[in-house]
Design a protein around this ligand. Structure first.
Ligand code: UD1
Length: 420
């Protein structure tokens, strides 16, 4: 297994470009199953999860064509199987996103039941109950969700008991081809849901209210092809900004969207960063100062994203003062804490809150990545450590960060990949 070796202590400085958003690209690729026409998806990030989604389309008989700029053409008219096998679902839970499109367009779907993962049990009961409310017959058998519908799904009033991002996306996609009107209440407001809705609208869907907690979809008979460019990745953006703040650096991230990062930018300002934004860039300068601790609480958008709390924990490790980070979205998202304590951090876990007392310096150690965002936080910890840090199990990071060591090298970091 590849490892990343980091020699910390360098203040990050320079400019990098942000990739397309993983969490937007995945549902948009699933949405290509809603039409028999050609859909071209541009600005795809170069990530393992994207490869997995393309492989999933491939094993259904759809052959995506990729060009050198990572634009993908998908013609799903050749689809021959309506199943997402366990081998792929177990590596990427977002495979569940093909359930709604397959069911509404082809009347049947079989998707392996995603299991729990390092950050919690992560059930998909809300996806299932919403599709049942739209007329789907669903049984869970032999580890698979087996769904079918006679004729078309029927629009309905769907109240989501919890705010779920992929749940909202699955139901929104299913509703585009359903008979009549679907109203999703307590819908996720994440920018990636809005990006998917924009793509679906380009394909001929009738959707309003995306970006609010009530999304209305008027079903249409068919959707058509389109060309759509995926929005920038706000989590990748935030991760590099936090890394720069933790190292007392000065960087500019380009091809991004400051307007969807309010909660993160305000925490960075509290940490002492001077921030400037333009229409598609963000510049952060710590003026060489040590960051100040911040306290935060994760919650669905527009509140602070759970996908960014581990990175702020890393920043708090070496900040001035004590910060409390409360996780309300996932039950077990503190696996990185034990690794950081091994690097000399002073972190206590109290229920769903971590209390981080900032120390002057961390010390490099061999550490193990446990999930995608935890691995990013361990890299940040390595960047602010004295001596060498080696991060093992970095396949987690390759799922969600494009060329992370190359981008960090561009910012001056001493980081290299050591193949197994
Ligand atoms: C998506 C993101 C992930 C992010 C998360 C929360 C993608 C591909 N992934 O994951 O990066 O961390 O949103 O912002 O977009 N829940 C249920 N029943 C369900 C569905 C969800 O109880 O049927 C619970 C989950 O266990 C969790 C909470 O709802 O506690 C939110 O999860 P959800 O928004 O569904 O996460 P994902 O869509 O899987």
């Amino acid at each position: 297994m590849d490892r990343l070796i980091i020699n910390g202590g360098v203040r990050l400085s320079g400019e990098i470009r942000i990739a397309g958003a993983k969490n937007s690209a995945l549902p948009i690729l699933a949405a290509t199953l809603l039409t028999d026409d050609l859909v071209t998806v541009c600005n795809l990030p170069h990530l393992y999860d994207i490869t997995t989604m393309l492989e999933l389309l491939g094993c259904m008989g759809v052959q995506p064509v990729i060009d050198e700029k990572l634009n993908v053409e998908v013609d799903s008219s050749t689809i021959a199987h309506f199943s997402a096998p366990y081998e792929l679902v177990k590596t990427m839970r977002a495979s569940i996103l093909v359930l709604g499109p397959l069911l509404t367009h082809h009347g049947c779907a079989e998707v392996a039941l995603p299991g729990g993962c390092a950050i919690g049990s992560r059930p998909v009961n809300l996806h299932i109950s919403a599709l049942e409310a739209m007329g789907a017959k669903i049984i869970v058998e032999d580890g698979y969700i087996k769904a079918s519908v006679e004729g078309r799904l029927t629009g309905n009033q769907i109240f989501m008991d919890m705010v779920t991002v992929t749940g909202t996306e699955n139901v929104m996609m299913a509703a585009t081809l359903a008979k009549g009107k679907t109203v999703i209440e307590n819908a996720a407001r994440e920018p990636e849901v809005v990006d998917l809705a924009s793509c679906l609208i380009e394909m001929g869907a009738k959707i309003t209210g995306q970006g609010t907690d009530t999304i209305t979809i008027e079903g249409v008979e068919r959707l058509h092809g389109c060309k759509y460019s995926v929005m920038p990745d706000r989590i990748e953006t935030g991760t590099y900004l936090i890394a720069a703040a933790a190292t007392r650096g000065n960087i500019k991230v380009k091809d991004t969207r400051p307007d969807i990062l309010d909660s993160v930018l305000s925490k960075l300002e509290q940490a002492g960063a001077k921030i400037k934004v333009g229409p598609d860039w963000i510049a952060l300068d710590m003026h060489g100062e040590r960051p100040k601790s911040v306290s935060l609480r994760t919650a669905p958008y527009p509140a602070f994203p759970t996908d960014m709390q581990a990175q702020f924990t890393a920043l708090n490790c070496i900040a001035e003062g004590t910060g409390a980070i409360t996780e309300t979205v996932f039950e077990n998202r503190f696996m990185h804490v034990h690794e950081m304590n091994r690097m000399g951090a002073s972190i206590k876990v109290e229920g769903n809150t971590v209390i981080v007392e900032g120390v002057e310096a961390l010390f490099g150690a061999p550490v193990m990545a446990t999930d995608l965002r935890a691995s990013a936080s361990l890299i940040i910890a390595g960047l602010v450590s004295e001596h060498e840090t080696s991060v093992d199990r970095i396949y987690h990071i390759d799922r969600g960060y494009e060329c992370i060591e190359e981008k960090l090298q561009l910012l001056g970091a001493r980081i290299r990949r050591v193949p197994a």
